[in-house]
Design a protein around this ligand. Sequence first.
Ligand SMILES: Cc1cc2nc3c(=O)[nH]c(=O)nc-3n(C[C@H](O)[C@H](O)[C@H](O)COP(=O)(O)OP(=O)(O)OC[C@H]3O[C@@H](n4cnc5c(N)ncnc54)[C@H](O)[C@@H]3O)c2cc1C
Length: 457
Amino acid sequence: MIAIVGAGPGGLFAAHELARHGETVHVYDVGQDVSARRWEDPFDLLHGMGGAGTFSDGKINYHPQIGGDLHAFMTREDAWALMADVEGLFQRYDVEVIPTDKESTHVLERRAAQQGVRFLPIRQAHVGSDHLTALIRRFGDDLRAAGVTFHFGVRVENVAVGDGRVRGLVLEGGETVPADEVILAPGRVGSEWMRHTAESHGLTIYFNPVDIGVRVEVPSMVMEEVIAVSYDPKFYVRTPTYDDRVRTFCVSPLGYVAKEVYREEGAVGVNGHSLRDEKSSNTNFALLTSVNLTEPVESTTAYGISIARLATTIGGGRPILQSLGDLRRHRRSTWGRLEKSPGDVVPTLTDVTPGDISMALPHRIVTDLLEALELLAGVIPGLDADRTLLYALELKRYATRPKTDRHLQTEVQGLYVAGDGAGVARGIAGAAATGLIAARGILASHGAGPAEPGRPG
Ligand SMILES: Cc1cc2nc3c(=O)[nH]c(=O)nc-3n(C[C@H](O)[C@H](O)[C@H](O)COP(=O)(O)OP(=O)(O)OC[C@H]3O[C@@H](n4cnc5c(N)ncnc54)[C@H](O)[C@@H]3O)c2cc1C
């Protein structure tokens, strides 16, 4: 029996691959089945069927180096082939790639290059938060029909290990479920759990960088031209003062900014999403700078969380909202000042505290963000207008990557990892791809398929 922890894209894609090869698969998730949840619910730490992906926008980036780096495990060619497999499975659920125009893509690439900005064209699909639930329900039904057993509302406490080999799962309450192989795919929400679990078995752990920044919101017209070229445009900037890398992430055209609660850490942040059937008049995206720490502190997660807590304190328990004009003038925003804004950009998230982002974020990060906005405005005119809204904090944690081989098997034999919680993915497609790597690793160890990572059996 193969036990999978987490019913997010990592766990579900692994379950699909294993079940279609006749393996007995049990998936454990502390959250609920999809039918018990609605996309309108506030973002919560308990995800369930579909994982964090259910609450997401369903923007899927089919690129081996977006949302993770598959080149770390396999050749460039195999990584693209694996991405094609992920795309193929989504296609079966009617998720189609957004067509792009070669000529206008090239024009945007050139315009960005002339400003010292890198634009990375990517094959993308968009499901929409409101349609994602139906897709996940269908996927879940098909997995059940293929023999996968789901256990919802069950928290896994640890893995059982004996003689250097995984033996099963230890559930909340102490029950041990025997398993021949285990895949841990607990998502970002389970990344601390993953670290504790790995530490409790003496596994080697590496820290990944943490991404810290703001969510930027502008009238949709400002972004219209670039979104016509790419639905979720990826721009990369090197900032002049600190030579840091800043990137755009999760662009939500005609979308909404949303509050994200880090309940266990006592902090709040922001995220964004677009709906297919309901539109705002704004577009938002995350603007993030990567922070990597070495001596004496390596825990980027602890650093990110302490900044999130500070931002939450300054915001009185809510995310902070500030106009770019106020940030530049070194003054806090107030509802009065925001309402006077000439461009009339009405915030899509109002459960916020107008305030001063520079009270919450380190100077280096604020400098990075201001410089990046200025450079990006060379590609997207109007982006650096005074009325542009900034919400803090946007935090992306990818910490705690247990040491693995190229099949994502840890130092414990039979114990595999996948997805965001293991620090090997940062998005739906990446999580799905790493789920496939782990599943195919198990299949290869059963003699079903090539020993090369990620290759289908
Ligand atoms: C608001 C929001 C918007 C997003 N938008 C996008 C987007 O547009 N495009 C994109 O590519 N990505 C997006 N993402 C990220 C995407 O959802 C994740 O990258 C993806 O879901 C990661 O998949 P995963 O399988 O690794 O983990 P998850 O999807 O997080 O699933 C992990 C599951 O494990 C369960 N779990 C954790 N610990 C335990 C335990 N101890 N016992 C039992 N169960 C446990 C959790 O309940 C959860 O259901 C978004 C995320 C959020 C929150």
